[in-house]
Design a protein around this ligand. Sequence first.
Ligand SMILES: Nc1nc2c(ncn2[C@@H]2O[C@H](COP(=O)(O)OP(=O)(O)OP(=O)(O)O)[C@@H](O)[C@H]2O)c(=O)[nH]1
Ligand SMILES: [Mg+2]
Length: 467
Amino acid sequence: MGISDIADGITRGIEGMGQSVSEALFEPVIRLGVTGLSRAGKTVFITSLVANLLDRGRMPALGSASDITAAYLQPQPDDTVPRFDYESHLAALTGPSPHWPEGTRAVSELRLSFRIQPRGMLGAVRGPRVVHLDIVDYPGEWLLDLGLMDKSYAEWSAEALARLPNRPQGAEYLAQSEATDGTAEFTEPQAKALAAGFTRYLVAARDAGFSDCTPGRFLLPGEMAGSPALTFAPLPAGDAPRGSLRREMERRYDAYKREVVRPFFRDHFAKIDRQVVLVDVLGAIHSGPAALDDLRQAMADILAAFRPGRASWLTSLMGGKRVERILFAATKADHLHHTQHARLTAITGALLREARDRADFAGAKTLALSIAALRSTTEETLSHDGAELQAVRGRLESGKSVALYPGELPADPAQLLSPAAQGASAWLDEDYSIMNFAPAPVILRPGEGPPHIRLDRAADFLIGDKL
Ligand SMILES: Nc1nc2c(ncn2[C@@H]2O[C@H](COP(=O)(O)OP(=O)(O)OP(=O)(O)O)[C@@H](O)[C@H]2O)c(=O)[nH]1
Ligand SMILES: [Mg+2]
């Protein structure tokens, strides 16, 4: 543990203390982290969750010991974090020509406050209270970077390069790195060309459905694009004499860990009380066995962050605090008829099994659910060759209405997870399809948020006990 670890730990401890004293006496704050890999559904989830918490007509399963007498948005407490653009996202999803929001480039945050009146005797004694919910949207890719912290440049390079032959998108960078002499004198153009080649591969791999595309900031550089801490790439093992390309790559890799990864964990991750991890399980199944197995591994790596004691620097940043509840939600369940939802949940549970066991071990409460933050389909029974198919119907971007039968998920998750783990190249018995449905036009009635599937169950698990 270095001096800065200790210093961080101490400040966190003091901050933590001040916070818990004032929270206990005054207005408690719940910090809810929302994460997931790219396109998992974070922005849609937060938008619909907030809309449905402001107007709770569609939230019957959100239990609480109090009556919520008011819910309202407030300026968030963190001055340096962008505000989650709730209003624009809601307008996109529920406006006159509904469309999905743009992909997100950075961390953002929103504060929702509840005025609650405890019921019964307690209520008479205590009177109304205010509880704040701070929702933080951050990319799951940034959690994957945790795995970099205890790896040297040489170790990381070896792993990153070993992945390339298994991914068709990796061939070009593999050739580029093998043609590079790491002992040659460092030049910026060469470093730039290597970083660009590696980034191109990461982007292509992500678009092809692969989950582990670290370093996370290469895909979402934000304001750091082009800085030295983001201009490095893995090189095959070898000497690193002074002034050489490999030596400078090593230095920049360490700078990335110090200046990018660590601050994220300190400033955002270490403050989270409750966490929802969104997983596009259907999307991965649709992309095939390799993508599903990759998702499984990436989730195990992501969730390693929730295991206290995983790394001493992280433990000291957390200052004795830990995430109390973790919800694993398979998103976009509106692609499936409800008769298949239990199977999707079982597959999600099995997929996260390894990772969940570790988190459970840490004493966090966990739950797996299949949800749709914004329900965009209706259910329908199709008859096909004399058989009945339980399908869904939605609207495409073009406005055309289409029915989708996504394929039958197996009752036993192993029927998907085993072939995936064994490197099968295609599913044996079924083709799984999904579709890019546009959000269905909705007319929001007073007191009701947008339609969803089990968002109320999700909210109940995440915050119900605090209201
Ligand atoms: N049918 C359906 N599609 C959804 C739902 N939620 C998300 N999607 C789809 O998933 C896409 C990604 O959703 P986002 O909420 O933008 O995902 P994200 O995790 O914020 O993505 P990034 O910000 O790019 O990391 C959307 O554009 C939709 O196509 C849902 O509840 N139902
Ligand atoms: Mg987003």
